[in-house]
Design a protein around this ligand. Structure first.
Ligand SMILES: N[C@@H](CCC(=O)N[C@@H](CS)C(=O)NCC(=O)O)C(=O)O
Length: 210
């Protein structure tokens, strides 16, 4: 197998398994159970010094890589897929892929932490991250109101990165029915065989339906 994927059943992990399915590269899955602190094992730290999944090792090139954003760029470059080539859409794909990394991921993750897993522990934090979640959904909904995909006309790494986070809408209190353009995009991508296969890594899970 060309790629070894170190992952767990989280949105950041599923981004990479969806990407690998989309670009049809063979890969071997190595589950890293982050609830049992396996991310701190010396073997894993050797490839992912930030002790977070996902990470990959590409035996074709010897490249090891952590950080889902970097991994998606790497796989797009390796395969020539899911990165638009026309400059405008290419820059949009980079821009929205970074938007996901900086906002529609870290902020939603904090909403999961305070609102879903630890409700009542900090009203301030719940309020802050739920509000930021709503703001990010409004931004995405407006963006998708005039283009089918995040980069424009082309399905890209920006969509692959963002979709698994939207799939946790129940955890961060987002009603997709209130964001019709996000819902349209979410449902369309949920039909893609690669999204369905990649979402089931490392273990099968039903795709949540709004
Ligand atoms: N910026 C990183 C974030 C990765 C991340 O937060 N991974 C979480 C699971 S989604 C993790 O491994 N947490 C384990 C820990 O914090 O010890 C990326 O996009 O790859």
């Amino acid at each position: 197998m060309a790629i070894d994927l170190y992952t767990w059943g989280t949105p950041n992990g599923k981004k990479v398994s969806i990407m690998l399915e989309e670009v049809a590269l063979p890969y071997t899955v190595h589950p890293i159970n982050i609830t049992k602190d396996e991310q701190f094992s010396p073997d894993f730290l050797a490839i992912a010094p930030n002790n977070k999944i996902p990470a990959i090792v590409d035996s074709d090139t010897g490249v090891t890589m952590m950080e889902s954003g970097a991994i998606l760029f790497y796989l797009a470059e390796k395969t020539g897929m899911l990165m638009p080539t026309a400059n405008d859409e290419r820059y949009r794909a980079i821009e929205w892929r970074m938007w996901q990394m900086g906002g529609f991921g870290p902020q939603l993750g904090q909403a999961h932490h305070f609102h879903h897993f630890n409700p009542g522990k900090s009203d301030y934090a719940e309020d802050r991250f739920l509000k930021e979640t709503q703001r990010l959904y409004r931004v995405l909904d407006k963006h998708l109101s005039v283009r089918p995909y995040m980069a424009g006309t082309t399905y890209s790494i920006a969509d692959v990165a963002t979709w698994p986070w939207a799939a946790r809408f129940a955890w961060h209190g987002a009603d997709l029915n209130a964001f019709p353009n996000v819902k349209r995009w979410y449902l369309e991508l949920a039909e893609r065989p690669a999204v369905q296969k990649g979402y089931a890594v490392p273990t099968a899970q039903d795709i949540p339906m709004p």
